[in-house]
Write a protein that binds this ligand. Structure first.
Ligand SMILES: Cc1cc2nc3c(=O)[nH]c(=O)nc-3n(C[C@H](O)[C@H](O)[C@H](O)COP(=O)(O)OP(=O)(O)OC[C@H]3O[C@@H](n4cnc5c(N)ncnc54)[C@H](O)[C@@H]3O)c2cc1C
Length: 664
């Protein structure tokens, strides 16, 4: 029997005999005919009976790849009632094949013709862009944890701009300037609809990326409610729809839902629509201009572009993303508290391509470079063709020297992705389909684009305004979930609140940093989700089982499923609420109390104590929003304008900070 090294089970040993039986209805059944001997990281449930039905997805994958790779298969007999493949397999560890790590990624990426790259997150697909992001990532990892001396983009200048020499050099004046156009165009359009004169400065072409955003229809309707999209346009921008949607946990089980993150939206089409709407409302877009520095005067914010142009406005909205130079200055270049690294591809050639994975957790941690990583997956059909599918692999890490580079993760991705997709498709298939699915090997896929990104997170998010007349928005504000990083999803949720608040701040001239900070207030539900990211980051700890993260997630999801849709659905859409959290934690403690000590070991006592504070605040905000808000609201109109503005923001913070904005 030939021995082969399968890439995803290096350093493991497995021997087995099996029958793969297919009945007349086309149902497949895998039957192990001998004892499985293994010392692999997968959970393989051994049966005492010879007719063992494995429930490990890993085993399925291995066997199917083995079927594909071992030639000849020892027998295939057809009868009217069953088709049967018999086999005997052995997989033994061998050293990693000698291949330079970058070559495969580079070869794949350089073999793809790239039609257009855009400035927003996940909008660059070239190998050079990957190298640049890896360099940035390395510099983040090696930066000291303490704040650093920074080049200042923003400076505060006493006096009035209208009295300064600079005022004559300003080429245009706006009510509000939005820097960065990806999510920036949405707030710019919402404010233009309210009658303000808004300009957008975007250093690239203002264009949405080809790679789709996935989102639920319910979230998109928030854009309709905010008045910037009409319902008919939802069809126009929807590139793909897929149901059902799975949350899977390797070797443990899965939870299936419907209509969660089940639409693939074309950012390209959506942003085209926004651009037309924005310009028809009198909005001005300056494409190909980069923000160089900003001076804050008592009456204006003045922006100098690298091309020498000077623009003035009363308020600047910083929507320059996670790597905004203004945010860097505010955070004094401080290292992020956690980072999510994501790599992936959109590829053609998936025959079974109707469902999606919201999350699929692998069963154990793995060493890449000097770091431990736990891989998670997300996959969904793409709109470019019926067999096109997007597959992301992501992991949460503490930024430090030795962390894996994106290119290293991509090398792992090419090894692991076909196996993950086989797992994804195999269960309901017939023998014919089974062979087709076994055909999901990398060589059989046409890689349409390679996708990658870095999501830095700070536990003290969202970011309050640090300067008068400048407010962060979108990823720059840190308002997106530290677990899902669905920045577009987060925008849909907060756009109505923010556009109203910014408009009122502008009209009332409440543009000092305190008043603007009320628009990005403390939100206990966002801070509480920080713990989830910590729990999902692999640690180098001998006393925590390598299966812990997978187990913890499975237990939580399973409990949420038992508690029903009102508990599970908001969570899957990044909304943490007090009641559902209490119920879930209660059920986890009752059904799996033995997991609690490992949680302490995994995240540490200080993170847990900190989290407990946010948990209490979540309860408090829920109380305030449910019981105190109705008492205060009728009095708002009797208050002076400034107090009224402040109280409205407090009420918003209670509601959104406790997740009570979520409608089932
Ligand atoms: C691989 C990947 C997949 C994702 N999938 C999803 C998803 O399915 N659903 C979802 O909701 N979210 C998703 N996201 C997140 C989403 O893409 C981001 O949240 C969103 O792009 C954030 O938009 P932003 O405008 O805040 O920041 P960015 O997208 O980073 O855009 C910042 C903009 O500012 C411009 N800019 C930067 N500096 C300057 C300057 N000095 N002067 C002028 N302009 C400047 C840039 O050119 C860019 O256009 C994904 C992200 C990645 C990386």
């Amino acid at each position: 029997m030939p021995e082969r090294t399968l890439p995803f089970i290096r350093d493991q040993y497995l021997a087995f005999e099996f029958d793969l039986r297919v009945n007349t209805e086309g149902r497949t059944k895998l039957v192990l005919t001998s004892e499985v001997r293994e010392r692999a990281p997968f959970t393989i449930h051994k049966s005492k009976t010879p007719h063992h039905k494995p429930n490990s997805r890993s085993l399925w994958t291995m066997l199917l790849l083995q079927l594909r790779q071992l030639q000849p298969i020892s027998g295939l007999c057809q009868s009217p009632s069953t088709a049967r493949i018999q086999g005997r397999g052995r997989v033994r560890s061998e050293a990693l094949q000698t291949q330079t790590l970058s070559s495969r990624t580079q070869r794949i990426m350089e073999g793809i013709s790239i039609s257009s790259e855009v400035g927003g997150a996940g909008g660059a697909y070239s190998y050079n862009a990957l190298r640049r992001l890896d360099q940035l990532w390395s510099s983040i990892c090696s930066a000291p944890a303490a704040p650093q001396e920074q080049w200042n983009v923003v400076s505060c200048i006493p006096g009035l701009f209208s009295h300064s020499d600079m005022s004559e050099r300003a080429v245009d004046t706006f009510d509000i300037i939005v820097c960065g156009g990806t999510l920036g165009i949405f707030i710019a359009t919402a404010l233009s609809i309210k009658g303000l004169r808004v300009g957008i400065v975007e250093r690239n072409l203002l264009k949405g990326r080809e790679q789709e955003w996935n989102i639920s229809r319910k979230e998109l309707l928030e854009l309709v409610e905010a008045g910037i999209l009409v319902e008919d346009e939802i069809e126009q921008i929807t590139a793909a729809k897929f149901n059902p949607n799975r949350c899977g946990f390797e070797g443990k089980g899965e939870v299936w839902v419907e209509d969660i993150l089940n639409l693939g939206i074309s950012p390209f089409k959506l942003i085209e629509i926004m651009k037309k709407r924005f310009t028809s409302l009198g909005g001005v877009i300056l494409e190909g201009y980069s923000v160089s520095n900003i001076s804050i005067y008592e009456d204006s914010a003045v922006m100098q572009l690298t091309e020498g142009k000077i623009l003035s406005s009363r308020l600047i909205i910083d929507a320059m993303g996670n790597f905004s130079p203004v945010v860097k200055q505010i955070r004094s270049g401080r290292k992020p508290d956690g980072v999510c690294l994501v790599v992936g591809s959109c590829a053609r050639g998936f025959k079974e391509n109707s469902t999606s994975d919201v999350i699929f957790s692998s069963s154990s941690v793995k060493k890449v470079g000097n770091s431990q990583v736990h891989y998670f997956w997300e996959a969904f059909p793409a709109g470019s063709g019926p067999t096109d599918r997007t597959t992301y692999m992501f992991t949460y890490v503490d930024p430090q020297p030795g962390c894996p580079k994106l290119e290293e993760l991509l090398e792992d991705y090419w090894d692991l992705m076909p196996a993950y997709q086989v797992i994804n498709c195999i269960l309901p298939c017939s023998l014919q389909l089974c062979f087709q699915v076994m055909g999901v090997l990398l060589d059989d896929l046409e890689i349409l684009r390679v996708i990658f990104g870095i999501f830095p997170t700070y536990c003290d998010s969202p970011l309050p305004a640090s300067f008068d007349r400048i407010l962060q928005f979108g990823d720059a504000s840190g308002i997106q979930s530290p677990v899902s990083f669905g920045g577009f999803g987060s925008l849909t949720r907060h756009l109505g609140r923010l556009s109203t608040g910014i408009y009122e701040a502008f009209n009332g001239n409440f543009l000092d940093s305190y008043s603007l900070s009320l628009l990005n207030p403390y939100m206990p539900n966002l801070s509480a989700s920080w713990l989830f990211q910590r729990a999902m980051s692999a640690k180098q700890q001998a006393d925590v089982s390598p299966d812990f993260i997978n187990e913890l997630l499975y237990v939580n999801f399973h409990c949420m499923q038992r508690l029903g849709d009102p508990i599970l659905r908001p969570f899957l859409q990044d909304v943490i609420q007090f009641g559902p959290l209490v119920k879930t934690l209660g059920l986890v403690m009752l059904s799996k109390p033995q997991i609690i000590p490992s949680i302490f070991k995994q995240v540490g006592v200080s993170v847990l104590l900190d989290w407990f504070g946010h948990f209490v605040m979540l309860g408090y905000y829920t109380f305030l929003s449910l019981l105190i808000d109705p008492v205060i609201r009728p009095w708002l109109n009797t208050l002076p304008d400034k107090r009224k503005y402040e109280w409205k923001r407090h009420l918003d913070a209670w509601k959104y900070g406790s997740g009570l904005d979520y409608k089932q």
